[in-house]
Design a protein around this ligand. Structure first.
Ligand SMILES: NC(=O)c1ccc[n+]([C@@H]2O[C@H](COP(=O)([O-])OP(=O)(O)OC[C@H]3O[C@@H](n4cnc5c(N)ncnc54)[C@H](O)[C@@H]3O)[C@@H](O)[C@H]2O)c1
Ligand SMILES: Nc1nc(=O)c(N)c(NC[C@H](O)[C@H](O)[C@H](O)COP(=O)(O)O)[nH]1
Length: 284
C-alpha cells in the first residue's frame, strides 16, 4: 500500500447512503453541485450533552466507525468551521483522511475541505508545527482561512499565505448584538455574514464542527434557521459536570418557556457503539 493511504479511513457505502439525504453533495460524481449554500452542524456528544471533559481539553467521544463518518462528512463539504477555542484545545488536523481523497490516494487536494477558524480577537498562535500546517505542507490538506476582527502579525500571516491560507479581517462593530458566551459584544459576528463571506470565497457548503460556544450560538432561534442539517454522534458515556456543554440559552415566549428547537425529518443510524442522529431544523 502506498504510504499516502496507510493511515486512510473508509466509510461503508451502505451507511453513507443513509446519510447522503442530509449532505450537500455525496461522493458520487453523478450528483449535481449544490445550488444553494449548505450548512451542516455536526459534533459528538456524551449522554450528558458534553463535548469534552473541561474547556481547553480534547476528549475522544466518537468510536472508530463514527470517526470515519466524520471524515466522510468532511469529504462532502467545501469547508470545515471551528471556533478558536477548539483550535487552541485540540491542535486539530482539520483535513479529510478518507481513502481516495487528495493526499490519501487521490489527486492533488480533491475533496479536501478548507479549514475555517473563527478567531475574532486573534488568539490562535499557530506555528509551522501546528498539525493543520504540517498536513498542508505534506499535501494532505488545505491551509486555513482565519476569520477575525484583528490583523495578523506579519510573519505568521506570511507563513499562512505561503501555504495557501489567508486571514479575512472583518471590521468590528462595537455594540452590535447582545453579549454572549460566544464572544464579547464588540467581536461577535453574525452567522449570516460569516456564511456570506465564505460564499464570496467560492465555498458552497460548510460543516460547522464546534466547539461549545459556536454550537450554542448557532442554536439560538435567530441563527438556527441558517442551518440546513444537523448530524450528531452520541457516544454511550457520561462525562460529568464541568464539561463543555451543548445547552443553548432558554427560549421564553411571553412569560412561558418553550423548547428552543426540535429536529424534523429525523434518521437514527447506529455506528459501532455510537448512534448518529441526522435531522433538519426546518421542514423541506
Ligand atoms: N465533541 C466534539 O464534537 C467537539 C467539537 C469541537 C470542539 N470540541 C471541544 O469543545 C471545546 C472548545 O469549545 P469552546 O466553547 O471552548 O470554544 P469554541 O471552539 O466554540 O470557540 C469559541 C470562540 O469562537 C469565537 N466565536 C464563536 N462564535 C462566534 C461568533 N458568532 N462571532 C465571532 N466569534 C465567535 C469566539 O472567539 C469564542 O471565544 C474543546 O474542549 C474541544 O475539544 C468538541
Ligand atoms: N466527531 C468528533 N468526535 C469526537 O470525539 C471529537 N472529540 C470531535 N471533536 C471535533 C473537533 O473539531 C476536533 O477538533 C476535531 O475532531 C479534531 O480532529 P482532527 O484532528 O481534525 O481529525 N469530533
Amino acid at each position: 500500500m502506498p504510504s499516502t493511504t496507510r493511515d486512510a479511513l473508509s466509510f461503508p457505502s451502505a451507511q453513507s447512503a443513509q446519510i447522503s439525504p442530509y449532505l450537500p453533495i455525496s461522493d458520487s460524481q453523478s450528483q449535481p453541485l449544490p445550488s444553494k449554500f449548505h450548512v451542516t452542524l455536526t459534533f459528538a456528544t456524551s449522554l450528558d450533552s458534553s463535548l469534552s471533559l473541561s474547556p481547553g481539553v480534547q476528549t475522544a467521544l466518537s468510536g472508530p466507525e463514527s470517526k470515519s463518518m466524520t471524515h466522510y462528512l468532511r469529504s462532502c463539504h467545501d469547508a470545515i468551521l471551528i471556533g478558536v477555542g477548539t483550535a487552541l484545545a485540540d491542535n486539530p488536523s482539520l483535513n479529510c483522511r478518507i481513502e481516495g481523497v487528495g493526499g490519501y490516494g487521490g489527486e492533488g487536494l480533491e475533496r479536501q475541505p478548507r479549514p475555517v477558524i473563527l478567531d475574532p480577537k486573534g488568539r490562535w498562535e499557530f506555528s509551522e508545527e501546528s498539525k493543520v500546517m504540517r498536513l498542508t505542507k505534506e499535501g494532505k490538506g488545505k491551509a486555513p482561512f482565519v476569520v477575525s476582527n484583528k490583523e495578523m502579525e506579519g510573519q505568521r500571516r506570511a507563513m499562512l499565505e505561503c501555504l495557501g491560507g489567508k486571514i479575512i479581517v472583518l471590521p468590528s462593530k462595537p455594540g452590535a448584538g447582545e453579549d454572549s458566551s460566544a464572544s464579547s459584544s464588540s467581536t461577535r459576528l453574525k452567522w449570516a455574514e460569516i456564511f456570506k463571506i465564505l460564499e464570496g470565497e467560492g465555498i458552497q457548503s460548510v460543516m460547522v464542527e464546534g466547539g461549545g460556544a459556536v454550537i450554542n450560538d448557532l442554536l439560538r432561534p435567530e441563527n438556527f434557521g441558517l442551518v440546513d442539517t444537523v448530524i450528531i454522534t452520541i457516544a454511550p458515556t457520561w462525562l460529568g459536570k464541568g464539561g463543555v456543554l451543548v445547552c443553548p440559552d432558554p427560549r421564553v415566549e411571553g412569560e412561558v418557556r418553550v423548547p428552543v428547537g426540535r429536529l424534523k425529518g429525523v434518521h437514527w443510524l447506529p455506528l459501532g457503539e455510537d448512534v448518529v442522529l441526522c435531522g433538519r431544523p426546518k421542514e423541506t
